[in-house]
Design a protein around this ligand. Sequence first.
Ligand code: DGT
Ligand code: CA
Ligand code: CA
Length: 364
Amino acid sequence: MPDEKPHPRIILHIDMDYFFAQCEEREHPEIKGKPVVICVYSGRGGDSGAVSTSNYEARKLGVKAGIPIYRAKKLAPDAVFLPVNMELYRSISDEIMEILKSYCEKFEQESVDEAFCELTGKVSDFDEARSLAARIKDEIKQKTGLTCSVGVAPNKLVAKVASDFRKPDGLTVVKPEEVLQFLSPLKITDLIGVGKKTGERLNELGVKTIGDISKLSKDDLIKEFGQAKGVWLKQASQGVDDSQVEEREGTDQIGRIITLKENTRELQVILDAVDKLSEDVYRKLEARKLSFKSVSFIAISTDLKTRTKSHTLGAPAKDLDIIRSTARELAQAFLAENPAALRRIGIRVANLKEEKGQKTLGEF
Ligand code: DGT
Ligand code: CA
Ligand code: CA
C-alpha cells in the first residue's frame, strides 16, 4: 500500500506594489509615469520628515522609504511629492481585501497592503492554486486598477518570501518539493523575521544566504542566538513554519465595500445599499464585541476616484441604528456635494474598542 502522505497546506500571500504611491497614481492619473514620493511631514515645517514610500520611477533615482524628504528632493527634484493620505489608502485597501476574502477559506489581514489566504481545500494542488492566484490578481487589477505581487507556498513564511520575490506584478508559486532550492540562494534578510541585529551577527559568522544558515547546526544557532531564536532560525532556513492563517481583519477598523449593480447617484438606490452595508458591518462588530467611535462613507466614482466622508461620535457606540443613520446622513451629504455617478460604495467604522460593559452612546 502506498504511504498516505498528509496533504500539504496551500497558502497565498499578497502584497500590493508600492502601495501608497500606487493609490495616488490611481487618484491622480496625470502623475503616472513620473517619480512619485509619499511623505510623512514631521509637522516642524518645511521639508522636515521622511519618505513613507515611492513609486518605482522614484526608487530608480534612489528615493526609498525612510530617507529624509530633503534628500529625496535632491535626488529627484522633478518628482511629485505628496503627503500621506491614509483615508484614501484604507478605502482602497478595503476594496482589495473584500475581493480576496471572497476567494479563500480563511483570511488574515496583516497590514494595510498585505494579507494571507488559506487555499487548502479550495484548490486541490499547486497548479490549480497558480491559476486561482492569477485570477485574483486579474480581478484586483480590473476592479481597483492596482497591481500586486502574490506568493503561493505550503506555509505562511515561504508564501511571504515568495510574494516579495518578483516585484512588481509578480506571481511566484513554490511547491513543497521546491522550498529548499527556492530559499537557499536568497539573502538572509529576505527571510522575514531576521532583523537587523541578527542579520549583522550572521554576517560576521560569514553567513550570507538562507542556505548558509541551514548548514549551521541547531546547537550552534542556539548558542549564538538563544533557544527560541536559534530553533526558529534553523526551521525557517529550511522553510518550516507551522503557524496558522488566523481568521482576523485589521483591528483598528472594520469596513465593507460593494459594487453597485449599475453606476448611479440615485438616492434611494444608494441608501438601500448603505442599509445593507451597515448591517454587514454591524454583524462583524457584534461578533467581535467591539464598539466604534467613527463612521465613514466611502464612494468610488466611475473614474475610480475615491472620496470619503467621516463622522466622529461624542462617545463610543455599538448600535446598528447609529451606524445606519450616520452612514445615511454622510451618503446624503456626499451626494449633495458631488455630482459624479458612483460605481462602488462602502461603510467603515473605526476607533474600535472592546466592550467592557462601559456605557455606549445608545445607552446614554
Ligand atoms: P513594495 O511592496 O516594495 O512594492 O512597496 P510598498 O510601498 O507597498 O512597501 P511596503 O509593502 O513595505 O509598505 C506598504 C505601505 O506602508 C507603503 O506603501 C507605505 C507604508 N510604509 C512602508 N514603509 C514605511 C515607512 O518606513 N514609514 C512609513 N511612514 N510608511 C511606510
Ligand atoms: Ca507592498
Ligand atoms: Ca507590505
